[in-house]
Design a protein around this ligand. Structure first.
Ligand SMILES: [Zn+2]
Length: 362
């Protein structure tokens, strides 16, 4: 792992210095093409770091941690079934992104980067800003002007520069790519593969907490990094003989912006983008779309869509069970209603972001 990062288009190895977000030779995506062998380590490390090292993360890189991971798994009823809700919104910056950021920012620190830019609809930017602050790295975050107020305030409170970009989410991605062309280090959570092992630790944690692998995992999908890391984590556990099979993955998108659902269902990536309360999954052109589709197919899972009107209903159902999440995370409720009868137990639903990150909606 991480010694086997290559461009998926031309095969060039990841450079040994600097941190290019895409292949300098052809503009392709870098990915870790090596085998992740899960091998538990006996080390006194913070947060997810024991599991991250177990996936082969280099021991000589710094560990920039805020104590992420080890989030509660809370059982609650949905449609007469018991579902295990994984409270990723209780991570240090209030979202699952911290598992990825601890790894990504450690890679930046390991390569001596002192300033970096990132683009985000909010959660990734806030998480990146938190870990950059921890590492003493100057961060600049490009976010859509429509991003939730609390997320914007959180990014700035960590000391990052916030650049608000008018227009859709894709406009912020375009703005940051221009900054990268002018020489800024673009610490992209979408393009760089460094955060994927961080997400893989979720597979280990779920298996440990349930004392068995999940039968199914339901989660919202924007870029699909969490999904990809999670499936790779379970694949590693299967190779290590820890689990016998992969849990069925149900990937959830909002009907207003559902390119991966479209690619999975029709074979064509529809990059339509309409406003949605589920701002965290408003991604029109997911960078690793093909890999995400292949991962869902390998698990025997599928994509489901959630109508805009059902998002707040889901948020309220979860809140009435004591789980206060943001609208993006609430997508899983409708998805559970649509799929529970077809899912093998135990069923896990990942609650990705805190309800405190959105202004009162009603
Ligand atoms: Zn290339």
């Amino acid at each position: 792992m991480l010694t086997e990062i290559y461009c998926l288009r031309c095969g060039q190895a990841y450079p040994s210095v600097g941190l290019p977000y895409c292949c300098p030779a052809c503009g392709g995506i870098f990915d870790d093409t090596g085998t992740w062998n899960f091998s538990p380590v006996d080390a006194d490390l913070p947060g997810i770091w024991p599991d991250l090292r177990a996936f082969g993360w280099p021991a000589d890189w710094p560990s920039i941690s805020l104590g992420e991971g080890n989030t509660p798994l809370v059982w609650a009823e949905c449609c007469g079934h018991q579902v295990a809700f994984k409270c990723e919104f209780l991570n240090p910056s209030g979202s699952f992104k911290d598992r990825g950021s601890t790894a990504l920012v450690s890679a930046l620190a390991g390569r001596g980067i002192s300033m970096a830019v990132e683009d985000s609809s909010g959660n990734a930017g806030a998480s990146f800003a938190a870990y950059a602050a921890r590492a003493g790295i100057k961060a600049r975050v490009y976010a859509p002007a429509s991003a939730s107020g609390p997320k914007r305030a959180q990014i700035e409170a960590y000391g990052a520069d916030l650049v608000l970009v008018p227009g859709p989410r894709s406009a912020a991605a375009h703005a940051v790519s221009l900054a990268a062309k002018q020489g800024a280090t673009y610490a992209s959570h979408a393009w760089l593969p460094f955060n994927l092992p961080g997400y893989a630790t979720l597979a280990v944690e779920l298996t440990r907490q349930l004392q068995q692998p999940p039968g199914a995992v339901v989660l919202p999908v924007g870029q699909g990094g969490l999904l990809l890391g999670l499936v790779r984590g379970f694949q590693s556990l299967r190779r290590a003989g820890v689990v016998a099979s992969l849990p069925k993955v149900i990937a959830v998108q909002a009907r207003a912006c559902a390119p991966l659902w479209s690619l999975f269902t029709t074979g064509r990536l529809a990059a339509d983008e309409a406003p949605t309360l589920a701002e965290g999954v408003r991604v029109t052109r997911p960078v690793r779309a093909e890999a995400v589709i292949a991962a869902v197919q390998e698990t025997g899972g599928r994509f489901v869509l959630v109508d805009e009107a059902d998002i707040l209903l889901g948020r309220d159902e979860l809140a009435r069970r004591g789980l206060y999440v943001e609208p993006t995370s609430a997508l899983v409720w409708s998805a559970l209603e649509q799929t529970l009868t077809e899912l093998p137990e135990p069923v896990v639903a990942v609650l990705t972001g805190s309800g405190l990150k959105t202004l009162p909606l009603v």
